[in-house]
Design a binder for this molecule. Sequence first.
Ligand code: ASP
Length: 407
Amino acid sequence: MTENKKVKKSKLTRNIFIALISAIVLGLLLQSQSEFLNLYIKPIGDIFLNLIKFIVTPIVFFSIIGGIVSMRDIKKVGEVGVFTIIYYFFTTAFAIVIGLGFGNIFKGIFPVIGTSNLEFEVQDKVSFMDTIVNIFPKNFLAPMYEANMLQIIVGAIIVGFSILVIDKLKQEKAIGAVEILNEIFMKAMELILRLSPIGVFCLLIPVIAENGPMIIGSLASVLLVAYLAYLVHGLVVYSFTIKTLGHLNPIEFFKGMLPAIMFAFSSASSVGTLPINMKCCEEMGANKDVTSFVLPLGATINMDGTAIYQGVCAIFIASCYGIDLTLGQMVSIVLTATLASIGTAGVPGSGMIMLAMVLQSVNLPVEGIALVAGIDRIFDMGRTTLNITGDATAAIINSNRLRKKER
Ligand code: ASP
């Protein structure tokens, strides 16, 4: 990394950090002004998020094609893809076990909250088969228009592979075109990212002002358990995989990830954090082709934080209703939550919708979600942070494997 780039990056990290801390402090001080903050400050954050959403679809589409074509070898792409999916699958399953484990250990401290009068309407009942069918786009443009990441990824993989099998001369031209488009959108992204301190501040301050009293209130225990489990998974599991499979010092890793971590915490969107996550991983030495393939995939299908949240909340809701989960039910939760993670979109709040599917799978009352819905955003900030950190570990580990093979 050049000195100039390093200085720029540490300045951005510092500015995001200042924005984050001032939003928390001011948010707590301005709790009585939450209406004003929602009316006038949140829209500025929304403008920033709109810009991120605008740039993220072309970035995912072209960077995945770019990642595939620059490996120039279908076998290599397939190998990275298969390893990544298996890694994502196992870490997510592990995360949900941690979530259930922590939920069970700390069950005793969960408060007894009245469960009568609870109402929660399940909006999208998504079956497992629907989730699979919906991965495949039936229209070329609709996935972009609807920002359906999974479909964009499938479309990009098909186009990327097709480029690799056309005539060599045309292939070179196509690769050149993809590279130029990639560069243009990356530049646009960089410009938008410069606004991230303002975005972080404006997104976070209304959330803190609105949720402050509830964080301190009766739901503190379940929040605490979820955050404890997030932390353990992040610090223990990722440190282990990053050290053993990625050959990177975990402290260096978390330090390098700081801008993305702070951004994910404030925005609660894995997809929104994707551009800054790519930047962080590349600055830590991850291979650009790998990052551009592994991270968009992760932001779409890999949700370790969401899995933990679902485990903890399932136990919490069951315990509020005085239900004890059997071992069989917990195994069911592990399976459903791991699969639900694929269908969870990397946008704020989607993990809570998927919680309905997890509860239904073991016949727990879905209305129980109403118990935690009021503070979902606070759960979401932590789970998104963990989600994107997990994606980044896969980028570093795959890059390390590739480096070793090329030696
Ligand atoms: N907000 C999370 C994410 O973007 C998904 C969720 O709601 O769990 O990763």
